[in-house]
Design a protein around this ligand. Structure first.
Ligand code: COA
Length: 169
């Protein structure tokens, strides 16, 4: 999937170095509920375990070929919240040097279109830590609405103390 600026493509094990460069940033993972990566080996293992599937993509900048983030969806049996069988939960992050350039909204727009028009899912959900409003804004820009519901997701990194707000499209 692509726009004039970004390409969403499958992850490869050889992306471990790019992933580690940005996923080791302590300002990225904790906002999304995961711990900063500690080594390139850990990043490679995460690619192998969680990213090599048909619903997780590397966000690549076409101009430089650099991988600057990750986006995907969780199916109902993997979701952080309770959702229906034909529903999914989106998740994403972008490396800090590239924040506030519209990259994540562009990537989420592609994933939303894929989920609704190609996969035919009934609904998309998203949840974001209330203290991370930029993530809620990305979903708003792609048509999600605030449900007003909040949840604790204790299995997320930092999720026992910080509530998420649930959004739906
Ligand atoms: C949240 C995140 C994915 C956004 O990526 P991005 O590429 O910067 O997003 P975009 O540029 O497309 O949109 C960001 C929007 O949030 C807004 N924003 C930024 N900081 C904000 C803040 N503190 N409060 C409210 N809105 C904010 C931006 O102004 C922009 O909205 P606008 O286009 O209406 O001006 C990125 O900051 C990130 O990866 N953060 C760490 C991990 C994370 O939070 N992942 C999401 C987990 S649910």
């Amino acid at each position: 999937m692509e726009t004039s600026r970004i390409l969403l493509r499958p992850w490869q094990e050889r992306d471990d170095e790019s992933l580690f460069r940005y996923a080791s940033d302590p300002e990225v993972g904790p906002l999304a509920g995961w711990a900063p990566h500690k080594s390139k080996e850990e990043s490679r293992e995460i690619i192998r375990t969680y990213f090599l599937n048909d619903h997780t993509w590397a966000i690549e900048l076409k101009k430089s070929g650099e991988v600057v983030g990750c986006i995907g969806y969780l199916r109902h049996n993997e979701s952080n919240i309770s959702i229906g069988e034909k529903e999914v939960e989106v998740g994403y992050w972008v490396a800090k040097p590239f924040w506030n350039q519209g990259i994540c909204s562009e990537a989420l727009g592609l994933v939303v279109a894929h989920c609704l028009h190609e996969k035919g899912f009934d609904a998309l959900w998203g949840d974001y830590f209330i203290d991370n409003p930029a993530s809620g804004r990305v979903m708003e820009k792609c048509g999600f609405i605030h449900t007003g519901a909040t949840r604790f997701c204790p299995h997320l990194y930092g999720g026992e103390e910080r509530p998420v707000e649930v959004m739906r499209l």
